[in-house]
Write a protein that binds this ligand. Structure first.
Ligand code: BGC
Length: 281
């Protein structure tokens, strides 16, 4: 089987309009997984607010690509770790779109270092964007979902939140303790919030991606050697593409999954099956 870094999975099936009439805010949406989620939502009929923190042109390109699908789209520059900026962004997006039905808390980053050289800044940066950012955005979204309540003609739920986690909410990751801790934290944030908000018909779940072809992990896939080494961790034998996550996010935000509450959906080609054990142990 050809397993070089250029191997592309065949295209996914066309998305049905599962989110017609809904309004979504996606954080970190001008590249990688966030961009793919925003564009999949647009294809599924949702209006999309594109959050980003740097890269105005890239954000504008996502806005234009979303609009080309026939939905409303606008870009909002805000640091998800900053309370004031998050509050302003939600105020503006709600004013522009009328309300919000879906939040995808996707913004995240890595600042990798061995423990003895990891700085406090590297620790704080990752925890504040990856975890505090999800808290701030979830709080703002939940306030709006509760204010508005269920509109049965739009969705069975008053609102949906998808937390972008990682296989590293479960799999320990040497050299990345800040990142793994942030993702472990997201698991408890998501489950505790899901428990708290389910009575208000707010569905909160996570997607835990494995290795996806995005800028965050370029060195893990951009040479044939790196790609082949990565494949030792992926039983399905290919890297994930951002669209793999986008399509799952559409489904998880739609009423097709109305009874999924507080779950983590692993989208990882089997990475969490611990493939090292297939020939060992
Ligand atoms: C990380 C990637 C990594 C993947 C699998 C993700 O959460 O951001 O850098 O390739 O997990 O280890």
């Amino acid at each position: 089987m050809n397993s070089t870094s250029t191997t592309q999975a065949p295209p996914l099936p066309t998305l049905p309009k599962l989110l017609a009439g809904q309004k979504a805010l996606v954080t970190g949406a001008n590249s990688g997984i966030g961009k793919a989620v925003a564009l999949a939502f647009a294809k599924a009929g949702a209006d999309v607010a594109i959050n980003y923190v740097a890269g105005d042109d890239a954000a504008q390109e996502v806005v234009e690509a979303a609009k080309a699908e026939g939905v409303k789209a606008a870009a909002y520059k805000a640091d998800v770790a900053d309370e004031g900026q998050v509050e302003d962004m939600f105020k503006q997006a709600i004013a522009a779109f009328g309300t919000l039905d879906i939040l995808v808390s996707n913004a995240g980053l890595q600042r990798d270092a061995a423990i003895e050289s990891m700085t406090l800044d590297q620790w704080h940066k990752v925890l504040s964007v990856n975890l505090t950012g999800q808290f701030l955005c979830a709080r703002a979204a939940i306030r709006e979902f509760k204010r508005r309540g269920v509109r049965p003609e739009i969705s069975r739920a008053a609102g949906k939140i998808i937390c972008m986690s990682s296989v590293h909410q479960t799999i320990p990751w040497a050299g990345h303790v800040n990142y793994a801790s942030s993702k472990g934290g997201i698991m408890q944030l998501m489950e505790s919030l899901a428990q708290e908000c389910a009575p208000d018909r707010i569905r909160i779940n996570s997607i835990a991606p494995g290795a996806i072809r995005t800028p965050i992990n370029t060195t893990a896939w951009d040479t044939p050697e790196a790609y082949d080494k990565l494949m030792q961790l992926v039983p399905y034998g290919r890297i994930g593409e951002p669209e793999d996550i986008g399509h799952v996010a559409v489904w998880l935000a739609s009423d097709h999954t109305d009874y999924i509450v507080g779950s983590t959906i692993f989208v990882d080609g089997g990475m969490t099956l611990y493939p090292g054990f297939s020939t060992n142990g």
